[in-house]
Design a protein around this ligand. Structure first.
Ligand SMILES: Cc1ncc(C[n+]2csc(CCOP(=O)(O)OP(=O)(O)O)c2C)c(N)n1
Length: 286
Protein backbone atom coordinates (compact mmCIF):
# COMPACT_ATOMS: atom_id res chain seq x y z
CA UNK A 1 0.00 0.00 0.00
CA UNK A 2 1.39 3.43 -0.83
CA UNK A 3 2.03 5.44 2.31
CA UNK A 4 4.62 7.81 3.66
CA UNK A 5 5.78 5.78 6.62
CA UNK A 6 9.38 6.90 6.55
CA UNK A 7 11.58 6.80 9.64
CA UNK A 8 14.65 8.58 8.27
CA UNK A 9 15.58 12.15 9.17
CA UNK A 10 14.64 14.80 6.66
CA UNK A 11 17.14 16.13 4.13
CA UNK A 12 17.48 19.90 3.62
CA UNK A 13 15.50 19.57 0.38
CA UNK A 14 12.71 17.69 2.12
CA UNK A 15 12.54 20.35 4.83
CA UNK A 16 12.21 23.06 2.16
CA UNK A 17 9.53 21.07 0.38
CA UNK A 18 7.50 20.62 3.59
CA UNK A 19 7.93 24.30 4.50
CA UNK A 20 6.49 25.21 1.13
CA UNK A 21 3.51 22.93 1.75
CA UNK A 22 3.01 24.59 5.16
CA UNK A 23 2.98 28.03 3.54
CA UNK A 24 0.46 26.86 0.97
CA UNK A 25 -1.73 25.28 3.67
CA UNK A 26 -1.67 28.53 5.67
CA UNK A 27 -2.92 30.41 2.60
CA UNK A 28 -5.66 27.81 2.09
CA UNK A 29 -6.76 28.29 5.71
CA UNK A 30 -6.97 32.07 5.30
CA UNK A 31 -8.94 31.75 2.06
CA UNK A 32 -11.26 29.09 3.47
CA UNK A 33 -12.32 31.08 6.52
CA UNK A 34 -12.42 34.37 4.61
CA UNK A 35 -14.64 32.85 1.89
CA UNK A 36 -16.96 31.26 4.46
CA UNK A 37 -16.93 34.33 6.71
CA UNK A 38 -16.46 32.05 9.71
CA UNK A 39 -14.15 29.39 11.15
CA UNK A 40 -11.42 28.87 13.69
CA UNK A 41 -8.41 30.68 12.29
CA UNK A 42 -5.92 30.84 15.20
CA UNK A 43 -5.89 27.15 16.14
CA UNK A 44 -5.84 26.12 12.47
CA UNK A 45 -2.70 28.15 11.85
CA UNK A 46 -0.95 26.74 14.95
CA UNK A 47 -1.42 23.09 13.95
CA UNK A 48 -0.06 23.33 10.39
CA UNK A 49 3.42 21.82 10.84
CA UNK A 50 2.01 19.01 13.02
CA UNK A 51 -0.58 18.03 10.40
CA UNK A 52 1.77 18.43 7.44
CA UNK A 53 4.41 16.33 9.24
CA UNK A 54 1.86 13.61 9.99
CA UNK A 55 0.15 13.47 6.60
CA UNK A 56 3.15 14.08 4.35
CA UNK A 57 5.83 12.19 6.18
CA UNK A 58 4.81 10.10 9.18
CA UNK A 59 1.48 8.37 8.80
CA UNK A 60 1.02 5.17 6.86
CA UNK A 61 -1.96 6.14 4.70
CA UNK A 62 -3.39 5.88 1.22
CA UNK A 63 -5.47 8.91 0.20
CA UNK A 64 -6.92 6.88 -2.69
CA UNK A 65 -8.19 4.28 -0.24
CA UNK A 66 -9.20 6.22 2.89
CA UNK A 67 -10.94 3.22 4.47
CA UNK A 68 -7.93 0.87 4.13
CA UNK A 69 -8.08 -1.20 7.34
CA UNK A 70 -4.38 -1.09 8.17
CA UNK A 71 -4.00 2.67 7.76
CA UNK A 72 -2.76 4.77 10.65
CA UNK A 73 -5.61 6.67 12.31
CA UNK A 74 -5.77 10.37 13.15
CA UNK A 75 -8.21 12.09 15.50
CA UNK A 76 -8.44 15.89 15.49
CA UNK A 77 -9.68 16.12 19.05
CA UNK A 78 -9.61 19.92 18.79
CA UNK A 79 -12.20 19.54 16.03
CA UNK A 80 -12.93 23.25 15.72
CA UNK A 81 -9.56 23.63 13.92
CA UNK A 82 -11.07 21.93 10.86
CA UNK A 83 -9.94 24.53 8.28
CA UNK A 84 -6.34 23.45 8.94
CA UNK A 85 -7.29 19.77 8.81
CA UNK A 86 -9.32 20.06 5.59
CA UNK A 87 -6.56 22.09 3.91
CA UNK A 88 -4.02 19.36 4.64
CA UNK A 89 -6.39 16.55 3.57
CA UNK A 90 -7.09 18.36 0.28
CA UNK A 91 -3.39 18.94 -0.29
CA UNK A 92 -2.64 15.29 0.37
CA UNK A 93 -5.17 14.26 -2.27
CA UNK A 94 -8.17 13.06 -0.23
CA UNK A 95 -10.47 15.42 -2.12
CA UNK A 96 -10.44 18.26 -4.62
CA UNK A 97 -9.12 21.53 -3.20
CA UNK A 98 -12.07 23.46 -4.68
CA UNK A 99 -14.33 21.75 -2.13
CA UNK A 100 -12.92 24.11 0.50
CA UNK A 101 -15.14 26.83 -1.00
CA UNK A 102 -18.12 24.94 0.55
CA UNK A 103 -16.65 24.97 4.05
CA UNK A 104 -19.39 25.13 6.70
CA UNK A 105 -22.23 25.36 4.14
CA UNK A 106 -25.44 23.44 4.87
CA UNK A 107 -25.08 19.79 3.73
CA UNK A 108 -21.50 20.43 2.62
CA UNK A 109 -18.95 17.63 2.75
CA UNK A 110 -16.84 19.96 4.89
CA UNK A 111 -18.79 20.76 8.01
CA UNK A 112 -17.62 23.27 10.59
CA UNK A 113 -16.50 20.33 12.69
CA UNK A 114 -15.06 17.12 11.17
CA UNK A 115 -17.61 14.47 10.23
CA UNK A 116 -16.35 10.94 9.52
CA UNK A 117 -19.35 9.98 7.37
CA UNK A 118 -19.10 13.02 5.11
CA UNK A 119 -15.40 13.68 4.56
CA UNK A 120 -12.89 11.25 3.01
CA UNK A 121 -9.88 10.90 5.28
CA UNK A 122 -11.64 11.87 8.51
CA UNK A 123 -11.34 8.91 10.90
CA UNK A 124 -13.42 10.36 13.75
CA UNK A 125 -16.15 12.97 14.13
CA UNK A 126 -15.09 15.56 16.68
CA UNK A 127 -15.92 19.01 17.96
CA UNK A 128 -17.10 18.43 21.49
CA UNK A 129 -13.77 18.95 23.21
CA UNK A 130 -12.24 16.30 25.45
CA UNK A 131 -13.47 13.21 23.61
CA UNK A 132 -10.77 12.51 21.03
CA UNK A 133 -8.31 10.71 23.27
CA UNK A 134 -11.04 8.30 24.41
CA UNK A 135 -11.92 7.67 20.76
CA UNK A 136 -8.24 7.03 19.98
CA UNK A 137 -8.07 4.52 22.82
CA UNK A 138 -11.11 2.74 21.39
CA UNK A 139 -9.35 2.53 18.03
CA UNK A 140 -6.30 0.96 19.69
CA UNK A 141 -8.44 -1.58 21.56
CA UNK A 142 -10.35 -2.51 18.38
CA UNK A 143 -7.08 -2.82 16.47
CA UNK A 144 -5.61 -5.20 19.06
CA UNK A 145 -8.74 -7.35 19.19
CA UNK A 146 -8.65 -7.73 15.39
CA UNK A 147 -4.91 -8.39 15.31
CA UNK A 148 -4.28 -5.36 13.09
CA UNK A 149 -1.17 -3.23 13.13
CA UNK A 150 -1.42 0.56 12.92
CA UNK A 151 -0.72 3.64 14.98
CA UNK A 152 -3.25 6.10 16.35
CA UNK A 153 -2.43 9.82 16.54
CA UNK A 154 -4.62 12.21 18.56
CA UNK A 155 -4.14 15.99 18.35
CA UNK A 156 -5.42 17.93 21.37
CA UNK A 157 -5.60 21.64 22.18
CA UNK A 158 -4.12 23.02 25.37
CA UNK A 159 -7.39 24.65 26.42
CA UNK A 160 -8.98 21.29 25.65
CA UNK A 161 -6.77 19.64 28.26
CA UNK A 162 -8.92 21.35 30.89
CA UNK A 163 -11.63 18.78 30.06
CA UNK A 164 -11.83 16.00 32.67
CA UNK A 165 -12.41 13.25 30.11
CA UNK A 166 -8.90 13.75 28.74
CA UNK A 167 -7.43 12.73 32.07
CA UNK A 168 -9.72 9.72 32.51
CA UNK A 169 -8.52 8.55 29.10
CA UNK A 170 -4.89 9.34 29.93
CA UNK A 171 -5.16 7.33 33.15
CA UNK A 172 -6.63 4.33 31.29
CA UNK A 173 -4.02 4.32 28.50
CA UNK A 174 -1.14 4.79 30.95
CA UNK A 175 -2.33 2.06 33.32
CA UNK A 176 -2.84 -0.45 30.48
CA UNK A 177 0.41 0.58 28.75
CA UNK A 178 -1.57 0.90 25.53
CA UNK A 179 0.83 0.64 22.59
CA UNK A 180 0.75 2.53 19.31
CA UNK A 181 -1.03 5.54 20.81
CA UNK A 182 0.59 8.93 20.25
CA UNK A 183 -0.99 12.04 21.71
CA UNK A 184 0.10 15.46 20.48
CA UNK A 185 -0.66 18.69 22.34
CA UNK A 186 -0.86 21.89 20.27
CA UNK A 187 0.52 24.00 23.12
CA UNK A 188 -0.22 27.46 21.74
CA UNK A 189 -0.97 28.88 25.22
CA UNK A 190 -4.16 30.65 24.09
CA UNK A 191 -7.71 29.35 24.25
CA UNK A 192 -11.16 30.76 23.37
CA UNK A 193 -11.28 33.92 25.46
CA UNK A 194 -7.82 34.40 26.92
CA UNK A 195 -4.53 32.74 27.74
CA UNK A 196 -4.31 29.29 29.26
CA UNK A 197 -2.24 30.63 32.15
CA UNK A 198 -4.92 33.10 33.21
CA UNK A 199 -7.84 30.74 32.53
CA UNK A 200 -6.65 27.48 34.11
CA UNK A 201 -2.92 26.83 33.95
CA UNK A 202 -1.72 23.37 32.92
CA UNK A 203 1.81 23.46 34.27
CA UNK A 204 3.72 21.35 35.07
CA UNK A 205 2.23 19.74 31.97
CA UNK A 206 4.96 17.21 31.15
CA UNK A 207 4.98 16.00 34.77
CA UNK A 208 1.19 15.57 34.69
CA UNK A 209 1.36 13.23 31.67
CA UNK A 210 4.27 11.34 33.25
CA UNK A 211 2.25 10.91 36.44
CA UNK A 212 -0.47 9.29 34.33
CA UNK A 213 2.02 6.74 32.99
CA UNK A 214 2.86 8.38 29.64
CA UNK A 215 6.27 9.01 28.11
CA UNK A 216 6.67 12.66 27.16
CA UNK A 217 8.58 14.39 24.36
CA UNK A 218 8.66 18.11 23.61
CA UNK A 219 9.40 20.05 20.43
CA UNK A 220 9.13 23.37 18.65
CA UNK A 221 5.81 22.84 16.88
CA UNK A 222 6.74 25.16 14.01
CA UNK A 223 10.11 23.63 13.16
CA UNK A 224 8.98 21.05 10.62
CA UNK A 225 12.19 19.01 10.86
CA UNK A 226 11.94 18.87 14.64
CA UNK A 227 8.23 18.06 14.51
CA UNK A 228 8.80 15.12 12.18
CA UNK A 229 11.81 13.78 14.12
CA UNK A 230 10.01 14.05 17.45
CA UNK A 231 6.80 12.37 16.30
CA UNK A 232 8.83 9.62 14.58
CA UNK A 233 10.64 9.06 17.87
CA UNK A 234 7.31 9.02 19.72
CA UNK A 235 6.05 6.43 17.25
CA UNK A 236 8.99 4.14 18.00
CA UNK A 237 8.68 4.68 21.75
CA UNK A 238 4.95 3.93 21.63
CA UNK A 239 5.66 0.21 21.15
CA UNK A 240 5.83 -0.11 24.94
CA UNK A 241 3.10 2.33 26.00
CA UNK A 242 1.48 5.67 25.21
CA UNK A 243 3.59 8.70 24.33
CA UNK A 244 2.62 12.35 24.22
CA UNK A 245 4.40 15.05 22.23
CA UNK A 246 4.02 18.54 23.65
CA UNK A 247 4.46 20.80 20.62
CA UNK A 248 5.15 24.42 21.51
CA UNK A 249 3.27 26.52 19.02
CA UNK A 250 1.89 30.01 18.43
CA UNK A 251 -1.80 30.60 17.93
CA UNK A 252 -2.29 32.36 14.58
CA UNK A 253 1.26 31.43 13.48
CA UNK A 254 2.37 33.07 10.24
CA UNK A 255 0.18 36.18 10.37
CA UNK A 256 1.67 38.80 12.69
CA UNK A 257 -1.60 40.53 13.56
CA UNK A 258 -3.18 37.20 14.55
CA UNK A 259 -0.28 35.68 16.47
CA UNK A 260 -0.92 35.07 20.19
CA UNK A 261 -4.34 36.80 20.07
CA UNK A 262 -7.41 35.04 21.45
CA UNK A 263 -9.50 37.48 19.38
CA UNK A 264 -8.51 35.38 16.33
CA UNK A 265 -9.64 32.12 17.91
CA UNK A 266 -12.83 31.98 15.85
CA UNK A 267 -12.77 35.03 13.65
CA UNK A 268 -12.59 35.20 9.87
CA UNK A 269 -10.54 37.93 8.20
CA UNK A 270 -12.15 40.77 6.29
CA UNK A 271 -11.12 41.29 2.66
CA UNK A 272 -8.36 43.73 3.60
CA UNK A 273 -7.14 41.43 6.39
CA UNK A 274 -7.16 38.48 3.98
CA UNK A 275 -4.97 40.41 1.54
CA UNK A 276 -2.51 41.40 4.26
CA UNK A 277 -2.37 37.87 5.66
CA UNK A 278 -1.75 36.26 2.26
CA UNK A 279 0.97 38.79 1.44
CA UNK A 280 2.68 38.11 4.74
CA UNK A 281 2.58 34.34 4.33
CA UNK A 282 3.89 34.66 0.77
CA UNK A 283 6.76 36.86 1.81
CA UNK A 284 7.87 34.56 4.62
CA UNK A 285 10.78 32.58 3.19
CA UNK A 286 12.75 30.90 5.96
C1 LIG B 1 -17.09 20.41 25.35
C2 LIG B 1 -16.87 21.72 24.65
N1 LIG B 1 -16.95 22.87 25.36
C3 LIG B 1 -16.75 24.05 24.73
C4 LIG B 1 -16.48 24.10 23.39
C5 LIG B 1 -16.31 25.44 22.69
N2 LIG B 1 -14.92 25.67 22.30
C6 LIG B 1 -14.52 25.54 21.02
S1 LIG B 1 -12.90 25.84 20.83
C7 LIG B 1 -12.69 26.17 22.47
C8 LIG B 1 -11.35 26.55 23.03
C9 LIG B 1 -10.31 25.50 22.78
O1 LIG B 1 -9.03 25.96 23.12
P1 LIG B 1 -7.76 25.17 22.65
O2 LIG B 1 -7.94 23.74 22.97
O3 LIG B 1 -6.58 25.83 23.26
O4 LIG B 1 -7.81 25.33 21.08
P2 LIG B 1 -6.81 26.00 20.05
O5 LIG B 1 -6.14 27.16 20.70
O6 LIG B 1 -5.82 24.96 19.69
O7 LIG B 1 -7.68 26.40 18.91
C10 LIG B 1 -13.90 26.04 23.15
C11 LIG B 1 -14.06 26.25 24.61
C12 LIG B 1 -16.42 22.87 22.69
N3 LIG B 1 -16.15 22.81 21.38
N4 LIG B 1 -16.59 21.70 23.35
Amino acid sequence: MPGCNNNSRLSAEEVQELKQICRYVRKMIINTVADAGCGHTGGSLSEVEILVGLYFRIMNIDPHNPSWQERDRFVLSKGHASPGYYSVLANRGYFYEGKLADFNAIDSMLQGHPCMVKTPGVDMSTGSLGQGLSAGIGMCLGRDKRGLDFKVYVLMGDGELQEGQIWEAAMYAGFHKLSGLIGIVDYNKVQLAGTVVETLDLEPLADKWKAFGWKVLECDGHDIGEVVDTIQKAKRMSESGPVVVIAKTIKGKGVSFMEGKFQWHAKAPSESERKLALEEIDSCVE
